[in-house]
Design a protein around this ligand. Sequence first.
Ligand code: UDP
Length: 416
Amino acid sequence: MLVSVPTSAKSLSEYEFFVDPGDIDDLHKLADKLHGKKVLHINATAVVGGVSEMLYTNVPLMQSAGIDADWKVIHGSDDFYNVTKIMHNSLQGMDIPLTNQMKSIYEYYQKMNADMMEGGYDFVIVHDPQPAGLPTFLKDHRKIGKHWIWRCHLDLTNLNRSLWAYLIPFLSEYDANIFTMAHYVDGHIDDLPPCYVIPPSIDPLSPKNMPLDDASVYRTLKKYKIDPDKPIITQVSRFDPWKDPLGVIDAYRLAKKEIPDLQLILAASMATDDPESWHYYEKTARHAGEDSDIFLLSNLQGVGNLEINAFQRGSDIVVQKSIQEGFGLTVAEALWKEKPVIGGNVGGITIQIDDGVNGYLVDSVEDCAKRIIDIYKDGDRATKFGIEGKEKVRQRFLSTVELKSYFQIFNDLLED
Ligand code: UDP
């Protein structure tokens, strides 16, 4: 049996403070026909990354709206996660062929997890490629779930066609698909059931995003030997080539020529479903060398949600210099904290950062360094960006907005 991930109770009414008047009532109205419906989210990890981050909020908020929501995580092995990492990279554009042996490993774990599923759900939402084959390997997937939704959080702009051809038979078992941006699908994916677009969201009340007083931020920085009185830039992300931590170090080095006191925090969680991250961590550490103003921090040093919150709040500028990015929750997190954000000009970052309004979109190390210097030298601009950024997140990327989209899809599927 797949085991449920425990989540803490949340109440929609606590979110009234952040949203427009009437928004929470509208959510309850949309959930009218959904009372008592059983919803299951399935993904690959409860520990690391944007998907689990969102489910810790979405699941209890669905429950607060009267839905019987649950979340389960599939089982895997290093072999399996190596294959799904290749699939992940290949969907985001790398040209790595999937061998027959890799396909066998993938299918073996789909079948194994399918055999562990129990049924009776009205909606099953399967996140990303790792569990995407589950309905195919169930004897009768309609007994397990009446409606199946595949939610893909990846940037599919340059997807590898041969992998896509392999996945299509699995994906055609679904009743709907959700993507982060319209252009991930428009014009180049037309072989799927109905597609919806929902950007991810952040929870303003989670330990990662809740208000923190200056003293706590100060203490946390001090605890990690970071000087709160000197300029700080931060990138929070897994150690992964797509997140370009090496490029961030290069940009920091260029900017440091103009801002000699500059410090760089690279905070990252080490994921169990991401064996490559260990290799990349070492590579990043080698690139950082002996520079005592670079702080490579992770869950291994006790960095959890509150510490990330403090690093983001304690920064002068937050960077997310990704080369490819499905969405980039870290951008929304930093904008919410009224930080100017410099992000790679790719994927979901482009719907969050309005260039020159709440941050900058950059295409190179040099651009990134230049923007760090520009913002650092212009405090008024930094403040203005922060105000704009927070309002954008409030309107478009809070959990309540995402919940509304889910409810609309559930209602659509019930009507079909
Ligand atoms: N994160 C974290 N600690 C870390 C690195 C990342 O808590 O050391 C969180 C980060 O704050 C964000 C999520 O993990 O909430 C990463 O989501 P994002 O969409 O930015 O990237 P993904 O890892 O899903 O590609």
